[in-house]
Ligand binder design. Sequence first.
Ligand code: ZN
Ligand code: ZN
Length: 499
Amino acid sequence: MAYEHVWEQYVQHMRDMRGVEEAIALMHWDMRTIGVRKGSAWRAESIGILTAHHMTLATSEQLGAWIEELRTAPIAVWQRASVARMAHRYERLRAIPLEEYKAFVIACAEAETMWERGKSEGDFTLFRPYLERIVAFARAFAKQWGAGAAHPYDAWLADDDPNMTVARLDPLFGALRAELVPFMQDIAHAQQRGQSLPRVPISMQRTAQEQLLALIGFDASAGRIDESAHPFMTAINPCDVRVTTRYSEDDCTSALFSTLHEGGHALYEQRIAPMFHGTNVCTGASLAMHESQARLWENVIGRSPAFWNAHFRTLQSWMPPLRDTFIGHFVSAINSVQPSPIRTEADELTYNVHIMIRYELEKQLMSGALDVAQLPQAWNEAYARDLGIVPRDEAHGVFQDVHWAGGAFGYFPSYTLGNLIAAHIWETMCEAGLGTQLHDIPKIVHWLTEHVYTHGATMHTDAFLDRVCNDTLDTAPFMRYVKDKYEGLMHVGQTPRIQ
Ligand code: ZN
Ligand code: ZN
């Protein structure tokens, strides 16, 4: 058969899979935003049924045959990327019996519901048996995927990016820890304790989030913003990209930065080249690349004095209680470095320590060195050792993240990798003269679209860094970026110039 014809059938098959993926994504979105609690068992079962159907499509003999044919066909580079990506998932899913995978997915949906309940009731023992089941599945899968891997955790890291392994991350994170931790302690000591910002009514914050998303180029006619306990972004399809945020009346910056974070994810999904729509490369290049775009908007751009020099007046018009706040006060408040118990509210320096703690715990959970029953204690010990903090309860400790309940092992490292990648990209943007252009957001978005977003998943992380940044992944740009930034903030005595 002519390869063009095989390609057509392969694309049609991807569209069939995508239809099911869209239904599952909508059910997950519903579960995490407005989901009716009594319906959760039914929803979990339906998600399981749809996932089994999806898995049948994703592992069919026919798809395997097309992959084989296309692997040697004279197709375009982006088409080869699509086939390689499909083959990777095909092999992984084929390694696990359908019934087992379905049971895992149902267990995850159940565990997520129980995570929410256990967290609000502050009772880890409610959640523990659910997490134990998930970890048992995760260890079993790691055995099936990781034959020949140097570390059982590699099997989960490879789910997202086969180039990321314990052997690579250990030295990378080790180098980061060695340089970052003393720097972070210096800054935390040197900074004055900032005054708090005024309270902003939540109704006012809500409209501000919509305006903030519009400011950074989010297309509201191709997406929406809602509220959830754990903010997230989901691309139902490229023209329906949804973000959520969460509000705190006492701290109006909590929603702002979570919106910028999820908005960064959303920009990526909304701006992938239309020619890739409907295929498996219509997504971010990797979780780490995705996080790099979220962290770029949240921190590198969103917490920079330059961004607020240009947009603080606009923010004041959205949130009138900030009218009497000095911009210097606002900028130091959003850049205060202080060890704290909650990852998602951490400053951009200590944040990475939160991630390295989870990385170590996941490694131990996967190798069997640590069991779920020991997790709360191991968590608290790590926080005491690395951040000097003892969480006041489990909700502020081991319970804070939904990832493990959702079976997302190997995800956490991508946040710190994302920070490192964002710094690589920012250096490249500065070389292109964009470092001083934060008043002109369309220009920034245009560059990112052309160099990052439009390519979707046609390049993997390392290829991307090589091609776009002419560099390999390391900690140097990140350390240069934070040193430059925080030393700048210190020199002006916590009060960046008002312009
Ligand atoms: Zn999240
Ligand atoms: Zn994110």
